[in-house]
Design a protein around this ligand. Structure first.
Ligand code: NAG
Ligand code: NAG
Ligand code: NAG
Ligand code: NAG
Ligand code: NAG
Ligand code: NAG
Length: 615
């Protein structure tokens, strides 16, 4: 009940505040609620609305996933109410002023009664722009109280409950709320429907024009409904949409909770134990930009499920149990920019997994037990900028040409990658890639492994169990600035692996936490820039079992991080154990007599030597 007390304290604080923003909302707020005036930008909508943190990447002014702060129908000041509801919820809600625009309902969590919200509950609140209903999070409460399981009760939304809000509601967030009768009972009534194209509101947006151009050429779309055919798949009927619509009218009541929410732009159904979704559920949500069905129990997506939301830009199906995807499942999302499928049970992806996504920027498949990415899987993602694959669950295996067609990809993250020898064919097909991060088990890196990534700037291969690298592994990386090989199992660095003649932009090499005992003699020489116009900046060599010998006089202390934590230290010989390498060179090793001999051997010129020895 600590939470409850906290909530009440918060409410009281809010109530006690007098905010003078030049607008007064004369209102009698019932106890248990707080009522105040706020600006849209100050609302905690950011908590569940995905704003694109990486807008810089795209340089695309149209890539606005966030709040429609310039939404013409949203007034500057909003009447905001927050209520904690318990058993007497009906009485409480009756006392609220009806001109609320932003309404948050929190379940109090005392007792195990049902809180049934119906159309009669909301019919007074037709001004609502945002509605946020949150049931008690028993999982997080469980830890510090004796409530063991979700009992009976909780908040229940009847299927007609939201219908009165259709005209104005833009933001709807439901967390841990029971939804009733989401899917139509007569699923097999019509299997195929010809639906006329949605004409997208023309707001001068070039993307939308493009979409119109694409869609106008087809005019009608064929829609396949419900896949739960009871052996009747042979007599699928093709119906014109009008006829279909009429048939549906008959049982509209059971069709969908969201039916009629034509203005809605952001919808989130989080942790509501949703098991089944259908095309009907989202039909008519023409203005929906963001849809999140995160943390439910979906095992599959019915075909063409999102055809009713043609303007969707962000779709999250994260943390469900999706087992497979077919291209028809997500078909029709021609405006989609952000697809989040993290934390599902997808085991493979192939070129049959996805429909075309002409606007997709980000695709996230982390934490799926993917064990095969078939060739050309992502060819339809030729506008995608960021792709994330792999996760704890199982190892990620790539095949030849797995990434073919990702011709605009800029960022690729691979987790739990299992590939004994990283060869050239793996990363073919991504000429625009700027950042590659891999984690997993790459025992060996072959020559020219990255040669096709001509624009790569940041190569992060830490925590990859790398044991062996070909001396030409980084050949062709003319734009690379940073190469991170830390936390691997490297015992030696082949001579010529790094060199500013080749990797002309190279600024940073990270070799921390490997098993290196020495560096090739010309390691630092290869990093010297002849014209000095640009400057190589740093090599990190700490946490390696360095064997300190006079051969280290070729090390350039200016280029090595020597701060306490990150300074390279000797492991052998024993008497120099834990000495800083440069300290050992000056004080621990008698290199004076050896220098000349050594220099002759390495045929270094005298001036080089002097440059290197300054410290
Ligand atoms: C985006 O650009 C702004 C300034 O233009 C900068 O302050 C911000 O850090 C950048 N964000 C990212 C994620 O790069
Ligand atoms: C859409 O088509 C019209 C003519 O039909 C053309 O003027 C316009 O440039 C096209 N828009 C895009 C984005 O291709
Ligand atoms: C999906 O994966 C989770 C976690 O790995 C597992 O508990 C669950 O049983 C899987 N569900 C199905 C339907 O395979
Ligand atoms: C992406 O692929 C589609 C279909 O192959 C093609 O029509 C489109 O022009 C391609 N777009 C880019 C940016 O290459
Ligand atoms: C990494 O892969 C190699 C074979 O390529 C295997 O012998 C080794 O056990 C793997 N290591 C881990 C940590 O999975
Ligand atoms: C090193 O080279 C110098 C001349 O460059 C020569 O006098 C000297 O004998 C050489 N020392 C050894 C150990 O080879």
């Amino acid at each position: 009940m600590i939470i409850l007390i906290l909530v009440f304290t918060l409410l009281n604080e809010c109530l006690g505040q007098i905010v003078d923003i030049g607008y007064v909302w004369e209102v009698k707020c019932p106890p248990g609620c707080s009522c105040e005036v706020q600006k849209l930008a100050d609302l905690p909508l950011h908590r569940w609305i995905k704003t694109s943190q990486d807008q810089n990447l795209t340089n695309d002014a149209n890539y606005e996933l966030g709040l429609n702060t310039d939404h013409s129908i949203i007034p500057e000041f909003l009447n905001v109410a927050i209520c904690v509801i318990a058993e007497d919820y009906e009485e409480l809600l009756d006392k609220l002023p009806s001109d609320i625009q932003v309404f948050t309902i929190l379940e109090s969590g005392i007792g195990d009664y049902e809180i049934l919200l119906q159309s009669t509950t909301f019919q007074r609140f037709t001004d609502l722009i945002s509605l946020d209903i949150q049931g008690i999070d028993y999982e997080s409460v469980k830890r510090n109280s004796d409530i063991a399981q979700r009992k009976q009760g909780g908040i229940i939304l009847s299927v007609d409950s939201l219908y009165p809000l259709g005209l104005n509601l833009l933001y709807l967030n439901l967390e841990r709320v029971r939804l009733t009768s989401l899917s139509p009972t007569r699923k097999n009534k019509a299997n195929l429907v010809i639906k006329p194209m949605n004409t997208v509101a023309d707001d001068g947006n070039s993307n939308k024009q493009l979409l119109n151009n694409i869609t106008q050429s087809t005019g009608h779309r064929l829609i396949f409904l419900s896949q739960q055919n009871n052996g009747q798949s042979d007599d699928k009927e093709i119906l014109p949409y009008d006829v279909y619509k009429q048939e549906m009218e008959g049982y509209r009541e059971t069709v969908g909770l969201f039916t009629g929410l034509g203005a809605l732009t952001h919808l989130r159904v989080y942790d509501c134990d949703l098991k089944d979704i259908s095309w009907h559920m989202f039909d008519g949500l023409n203005n929906l930009i963001q849809l999140s069905l995160e943390k439910n129990s979906l095992k599959f997506i019915p075909e063409f499920c999102f055809y009713g939301t043609p303007n969707l830009k962000v779709l999250s199906l994260a943390s469900n149990q999706l087992l497979t995807l077919k291209s028809v499942d997500l078909a029709g999302l021609l405006m989609l920019e952000d697809l989040d499928l993290r934390g599902n049970n997808l085991t493979f992806l192939s070129e049959l997994s996805f429909p075309p996504f002409p606007m997709l920027k980000t695709a996230d498949f982390q934490e799926n037990p993917l064990d095969s990415i078939f060739p050309s899987t992502f060819e339809i993602m030729n506008t995608t900028l960021k792709l994330y694959l792999g996760g704890e669950g199982s190892k990620l295996y790539l095949q030849k040409n797995s990434f073919l067609g990702l011709c605009r990809l800029q960022t690729l993250h691979l987790y739990n990658l299992e590939i004994p020898v990283l060869e050239r064919f793996v990363f073919q097909g991504m000429p625009e890639l700027l950042k590659l991060r891999a984690r997993g088990n790459i025992s060996s890196i072959d020559f020219d492994a990255f040669v096709d990534l001509i624009k790569l700037v940041d190569l992060d291969l830490s925590y990859c169990h790398i044991r062996k690298i070909s001396m030409d592994a980084f050949y062709g990386l003319e734009n690379v600035k940073r190469i991170d090989l830390s936390n691997n199992e490297l015992e030696f660095i082949p001579p010529g692996l790094f060199g500013v003649q080749q990797q002309t932009q190279l600024k940073e090499i990270i070799l921390s936490k490997n098993k290196l005992t020495s560096l090739p003699t010309d390691f630092f020489k290869m990093l010297r820039i002849p014209n000095k116009l640009s400057k190589f900046s740093i090599v990190r060599l700490d946490s390696n079992p360095w064997d300190c010998t006079c051969s280290m006089i070729t090390w350039n202390p200016h280029l090595v991080n020597r701060l306490r934590e990150t300074a390279p230290r000797c492991t052998t010989p024993k008497k120099l154990r834990n000495w800083g390498v440069f300290h050992a060179l000056r004080k621990g090793l008698q290199c004076k007599t050896l220098k000349r001999k050594y220099l002759n051997k390495s045929t270094m010129e005298r001036n080089n030597y002097e440059e290197n020895i300054i410290s």
